[in-house]
Write a protein that binds this ligand. Sequence first.
Ligand SMILES: [Zn+2]
Length: 452
Amino acid sequence: MTREEVENGKDYMLIDGEDNAVPDGFNADYLKAYYGKLFPCADMFKWLSYGNDGKHPGCDHSYSGRREFSFTLDNDIYLRFQSFNTASELENAIKEKCPFKIDIGPAYSVDPSKRHAYSQGGDNIFTPVERELVFDIDISDYDDVRYCCSGADVCLECWPLMTVAIKVIDTSLRDDFGFSHILWVYSGRRGVHCWVCDGKARRLNNEQRAAIADYFRVYKGNENSNKKVSLVGPALHPFLARSYTDVLQGYFEKRLLSSQNLFLNEERFEKILEMIPDESITSELRGKWLSNKRSKEDINVVRWEQLKHLLSSKKGQGHRRCIEEIVFSFTYPRLDMEVSKHMNHLLKAPFCVHPKTGRICIPIDPNKCDELDPSAVPTLSKLIGDLNAGGFIAEGDNGKEKGNNEWDGTSFVQCVKYFKEHFLDPLHKSCKEEIETSYNAKVKQSRNSISW
Ligand SMILES: [Zn+2]
C-alpha cells in the first residue's frame, strides 16, 4: 500500500508525523485496525481446537466446527451460533463483521450453525458436549465490603479483592482438583474470568460443574443479612484453612483493613460488630471505640487488634471462628455461580476490547497477579496510537512483521507471548498426547477384536 492509497483509504485513520495522537475511545475504525493487525486469531483458533488440527489420524475433524462463537455487532445486533472450520474462516468473519464483542460458547454435538437441520429429531440431538469450566468474578459483587468505589468502578485500593480471588481459586483448581491448563483473563472493566481447559474439565456435565462451584461457596449472604459467611463444623475444611492462612488473612490485615478504612467510623465498625454473637464483647468494644475516636496509629489496625485480643481471650471455639468469619466476609472470592454451573453459558473471549473502557481483555499470569493495574491495561486507542507511531499501519499488511523491536516490547506483545508460551503451548502439547494415547488404545482394541 502506497502512502497515497493509505491517506485516501478509509480503513486506517492516522498515519504518521504529528498526528500520532489518537483520541481516546472506541470505534469501528480502531477495532478494524486492531482485528487486522493485532488480534491473535490463529492462536485463539488453535486453543479452541484442542489439538484437532487434522495432523494426526486420531484427530476429530468436526471438532472445531462444532464450537459456538457469538458476535455482538454495532447497534447491539447479536449473532449467535456462528461456527468456523478453520482459523482463516474465523479471521475473515471477524474482519468482515468487526464484532464489538466476541463470546465463546460450548462445543455442541453438531455444527451449531446447522442446528435446525437436526431439530426435527433423529439420532443427532443438538446439545452441548464440551465446555471449559469457567468462572466469572465481578468487583461489583463486593460493594458491601469496599468503600473506595461502587458498581462497575474499580481502583487500586479495591482491585486486591480480585487478586485474592485469583490466588484462592487458582491454587485450589491446581492442588485440590488437579487441573493444570488454566487461563485467567481481565474482563476489561470490573472483574476477571477463568477458563479451565483440561480435557477432564471440558467434559464435566452440569451436575459436576455445580458440585465444583458449590465447593467454593461460603458466601451465603444477601444485602439484608448481616452474616455473609457461614463457616460450619469444628474445624475449617483444609481448602478454607489453607486459603485463610496463605492468602485471606494477609490481604485483610496488610492491605484491605487500612486501604478500605474498615473500622473508620461507627457505621463501619457496627457492621463488623454485628458479626460477633457475644453481646458482652460487642458492648465492650463499642464503648471503647465511641469514647476514643483518635489514635496516633492507624485506627483500623488498632481496633482490629483490640477486637482480636478480646475475642481470643474468651474461651470457646466460636470466638476464634468469629475472627475467621470476619476475614472471610471481607476477602473471600464471590463467584457468579450460574456462569460456572451451565455448559451453555457464553463468556467473553480473551483479547476482546471492552466497549465501555476500550481496554483489552488481556490474560493475567496468576503468579504475577499482584502486579496488574486495571487502569494501566492497554486500551484500543493506545494500541492504535502505538501502531501509528511505529509506522506499522502505513506499512500495509506486513507492517507488524517489519521487525521493529520497540513494538515487541509493548505490554500487548508481552500479553500475547504469555498466552502462547505459558498457556497455549503446554495445552497443545498435552492435547496431542491425549489424542495419540486414545488413538493407540483404539488401534490396539481393534487389533485385539480381530485376533479374537
Ligand atoms: Zn476502588
